[in-house]
Design a binder for this molecule. Structure first.
Ligand code: NAP
Length: 683
């Protein structure tokens, strides 16, 4: 990237639902093809009205998104995912121009779409078809059901600004869009310029789907320092990039004075440890070497999670660094489109200069064994000045500061010797907080368990590969949509992904106290003590007609000793508290024969079920079951079933209904409570 003379066009931004281009000035950067050096586009946000973009997001995008429920927003994202999947080949072609092979781009393109798909499908299954997410059980604050509280999460009222790094233009955008949009926050994405043309095309595709409300997503191509000036406490800034940039952003008044919620995913000097027990030549030893080689070839090491430090027992330092030098030396550099090439270029010449400078710094504490200059390039005309050969360094002193401090964001590793597992943990911790550490061990030993426990507080993720896990392990460098991604200290202290946890960053947590009726009205979820509607049996009501609070009470029914004996014989559950009077009398909790809990559930169903064919299709589960008071032979039970909430499943012929079930004994005391889940036909 540089300010060369060219007539290539400026990548447009999408602001206030219009495609607009920034002004071109002499210093406007030009992005070039990483392999050929050919200019691709200019990138400029100069002259764009970013204040208007922020206002549009808050005034139009947010209300439009929040008019929909979580379930509806999940359905929108599922449509986006389907459309991107259909069109993604073009993104692979573009990614090659940024230096990525097809397998490199897989993690970005399919990884990004897959991450959005995973979070959206989890949201569709688990989040309420409502505007407020009640994330904990009811907090009962009165015995007489007149004053309670819920812990809820509601969308932040502002805009989510996403400043992304260059290395994952598609993944970086989609993994941030998904949770923000699901939460109900409009987004402004600001991709890094280097591979911004890939993000730009992915964004165009997303907008072309036409399913998101106006103002839900905007795109700013180019430097956007001014964007932060318009943010305040209603907004979120999610940043991915270097620790140095994160420090600059953190110092901005928007963060420090106006309390913009800030999440930083930054760099880290990730380590992989070969455990002391791994014999040379073993499968685990080979898996360890393969992992290190895989990490430097993937995206030519331009991954935040890539292995930078390779820790091995000190007496094997020469052996392992020699093996890696041999493996690295055999790797083929060249055009990433070719199958016979192992690794492509860095994203641009500036990035190469930065990596070479980092290698020079590392050489202050380590000996260079291979690299950094390529000896030959396959399928490339001339040298575009973007290639760095896979580089192995061997630390001269295990505690050399540079080895643990310098992130060479390319195909570069430093091999470090440790004395024992405790020393390995101490050395890894010198990285100052990381995204991921991995341990390659033969099996589960006390030493390995201690090592994992020692590494855990310094990382966002720890991967342990042993004989059992070796074949199915998902890789040191691969963040998974369902697992937490982020790390303490130098890694930024942020948190992304982790399934539905990813939404928390865009939601305000709020405790709402009030009467059960108020809580039911605000959350859309029936709360104990709120009015119930008794009328048509709710099992005879279709999903569309059913209302929260619809209820039926059935009983009483006496539980007899014969019922208990028959249930024991039918199920084979002859537990003494149900069958042996003397033994049951000695039980300190019961002091005599009591009914099986499962008998009570079955009796409850027998009381509330409407048996004829009707809209209720199936019972799909029970949640939050508690047996609260034993029921003895001769006791009577009465059950009340109340519709707590409905979850629409768009495109399906039925929806999910959650029912509150309360079983009381003859004294009116609760014997059991639970939530029943059923599938109910729409009409
Ligand atoms: P970078 O130089 O820090 O830039 C990241 C983003 O910040 C770019 O979009 C950049 O755009 C923007 N930016 C820089 N200064 C800014 C400012 N003052 N105001 C607003 N935006 C600003 O990082 P990079 O070179 O793109 O990415 C490589 C680094 O990211 C590596 O260190 C890597 O470890 C880290 N990374 C971390 C993760 C993670 O998940 N933790 C993932 C990927 C990468 P402009 O250049 O247009 O200003």
């Amino acid at each position: 990237m540089g300010a060369v003379q060219t007539d290539v066009s400026v990548l447009s931004s999408h602001v206030c639902d219009q495609w607009v281009t920034g002004e071109v000035r002499p210093a406007t950067p030009v992005v070039v093809d990483a392999v050929t050096g050919e200019p691709i586009a200019r990138v400029s946000a100069d002259g764009l009205d970013l204040a208007a973009a922020v206002a549009h997001a808050r005034d139009v995008g947010g209300p439009g998104l929040r008019a929909h429920t979580f379930t509806e927003r999940a359905a929108m994202l599922q449509e986006v995912v389907a459309a991107l999947n259909d069109a993604k080949d073009e993104l692979y072609e573009l990614s090659a121009r940024a230096g990525s092979s097809r397998s490199d781009a897989w993690g970005d393109v399919d990884g990004g779409i897959g991450t959005m798909a995973s979070i959206a499908s989890r949201a569709a299954r688990k989040l309420p078809d409502a505007h407020v997410w009640v994330d904990q059980d009811l907090v009962r604050l009165s015995r007489d059901d007149t004053f309670h509280a819920v812990q809820a999460q509601v969308a932040m009222p502002g805009v989510a600004v996403h400043v992304n790094a260059f290395n994952y233009p598609v993944w970086g955008m989609l993994e941030k869009f998904a949770p923000a949009l699901l939460a109900g926050m409009p987004c402004i994405a600001k991709p890094a310029p280097q591979a911004g043309f890939v993000a730009h095309r992915a964004f165009e595709m997303l907008v072309e789907v036409g399913v998101l409300p106006p103002g839900a997503v905007q795109l700013v191509m180019g430097g956007a320092v001014d964007l932060l000036a318009h943010l305040d406490h209603r907004d979120v800034l999610a940043f991915t990039g270097s620790a140095a940039t994160a420090r600059r952003l953190k110092a901005h008044p928007a963060i420090g004075e106006r309390n913009v919620r800030f999440n930083a995913e930054t760099d880290s000097v990730n380590a992989s440890v070969l455990a002391p027990d791994v014999p040379a030549g073993s499968d685990i030893h080979a898996a360890f070497l393969d992992e290190v080689v895989g990490q430097v070839t993937n995206k030519s090491g331009q991954r935040c999670t890539s292995i930078r430090r390779v820790l091995v027992p000190a007496d094997r330092l020469d052996e392992v660094s020699g093996e890696l030098a041999e493996r690295f030396g055999a790797l083929v550099l060249g055009d990433p489109r070719r199958d016979d090439v192992d690794l492509g270029p860095l994203v641009d010449a500036t990035q190469r200069e930065t990596v070479l400078a980092s290698i020079e710094r590392l050489a202050g504490g380590a000996d260079l064994l291979t690299g950094p200059d390529p000896t030959s390039l396959v399928g490339v005309d001339g040298d575009p000045g973007t290639f760095v050969a896979p580089t192995v360094l061997r630390a001269r002193d295990a505690r050399s500061a540079v080895v643990h401090d310098v992130e060479a964001f390319g195909p570069v590793v430093t091999v470090v010797g440790y004395d024992d597992a405790a020393d390995a943990a101490d050395l890894v911790a010198l990285g100052g907080g990381g995204l991921v550490a991995s341990v390659f061990a033969t099996g589960v030993t006390t030493e390995v368990v201690d090592l994992v426990r020692a590494l855990a507080p310094h990382h966002g993720r720890v991967l342990v590969v042993d004989e059992t896990a070796r074949r199915r392990q998902t890789g040191h460098g691969t963040p998974l949509a369902r697992l937490h991604h982020g790390g303490p200290g130098r890694a930024g202290g942020g948190s992304e992904l982790g399934g539905l946890d990813s939404l928390h960053h865009y939601l305000q947590r709020v405790a709402i106290q009030g009467s059960p009726e108020l809580l039911t009205a605000v959350t859309g979820r029936w709360v104990s003590g709120a009015p119930r509607h008794h009328g048509t049996h709710p099992f005879r009501t279709t999903f569309d007609a059913l209302e929260v609070g619809d209820s039926v009470t059935a009983g009483p029914r006496e539980i007899t000793r014969e019922d208990i004996d028959a249930f024991a014989d039918l199920t084979g559950d002859h537990f003494y508290a149900h069958t042996d009077e003397e033994a049951a009398a000695r039980n300190p909790l019961f002091g005599g024969i009591v009914a099986h809990g499962y008998l009570l559930l079955s009796v409850a169903a027998g009381l509330f079920v409407a048996p004829e064919e009707g809209p209720v299709l199936a019972n799909t589960g029970l949640d939050a079951l508690r047996f609260m008071k034993p029921v003895r032979p001769g006791d009577e039970v009465t059950v009340t079933l109340t519709c707590m909430g409905k979850a629409d499943r768009p495109g399906e012929e039925h929806g999910e209904v959650r029912w509150a079930v309360e079983l009381v004994d003859g004294d009116g005391d609760l014997a059991a409570v639970y939530e029943l889940l059923t599938m109910v036909a729409r009409a």
